[in-house]
Ligand binder design. Structure first.
Ligand SMILES: [Zn+2]
Length: 230
């Protein structure tokens, strides 16, 4: 009689162990496949070209609040006068301010004075600064209503003064997210590079904050003016 009870207890223990073991085994597997690695959590809702994957992911890691924001980074040779261009997707406006999709167009070739180089050959830190600046634009866009965003687009193409303000906003967001050193490196790379066409350098000098202005922004962020300062 006693032997029979022991058999039942052992059988129950074995069954419970098998059930728990199976549950842990099968439940952990799909979670790992779904990218539950915390390193991947930042890259939800994003399209990222493989050639500049590392740099985009590094820049994204400075903007954890953009986790849920759909952003498609696409290689596109039509980036107007810029190397990169960030825009909201018009058709996504119907979903409202908080569900808009954004595109970062990346020219696959970086024009030099006599030639051009593939974008992935631009140094690592310079690209991180560049993507950090573009994500600054997107961060800025996420704070705007649909109407404000539409007016923004109109003013951006019509007014140099407005464009300068938009570029300053993007750099300020990037600095406040900890990308100041990368932004300074990117600007110096463009402005002090004899291989970069002089017209492009002149445009950057005229319309974008200077490296010194970014140094000042970084200083201001590190030592914010005290409320009771006189
Ligand atoms: Zn910009």
């Amino acid at each position: 009689m006693l032997k029979k009870y022991w058999l039942i207890i052992v059988a129950v223990v074995v069954l419970v162990a098998a059930f728990v073991g199976g549950l842990v085994y099968f439940s952990s597997k799909p979670a790992a496949i779904a990218g539950m690695n915390p390193l991947n959590v930042l890259y939800q809702h994003k399209t990222i070209p493989v050639v500049v994957e590392k740099e985009i992911k590094t820049a994204l890691s400075f903007y954890p609040e953009l986790i849920e924001t759909p952003i498609d980074f696409v290689l596109d040779p039509h980036t107007s006068k810029s190397i990169m261009l960030s825009q909201p997707v018009i058709s996504s406006f119907l979903r409202g301010q908080h569900n808009r999709t954004y595109v970062v167009k990346i020219n696959p070739r970086f024009a030099t004075t006599h030639n051009s180089i593939p974008i992935q050959n631009v140094p690592h830190d310079i690209l991180i600064g560049w993507f950090g600046h573009e994500l600054g634009h997107i961060k800025d866009y996420t704070t705007r209503s649909n109407t404000n965003m539409a007016l923004f687009g109109l003013k951006y193409v019509c007014s140099d003064k407005f464009l300068m303000q938009a570029e300053q906003n993007a750099d300020t967001y990037a600095v406040n997210h900890g990308l100041g050193d990368y932004i300074i490196k990117t600007k110096n790379f463009i402005l002090n590079n004899s291989d970069i066409p002089p017209e492009y350098k002149a445009r950057i000098r005229r319309l974008y904050p200077s490296p010194q202005q970014i140094v000042d922004l970084v200083e201001k962020m590190k030592h914010p003016a005290h409320e009771h300062d006189h």
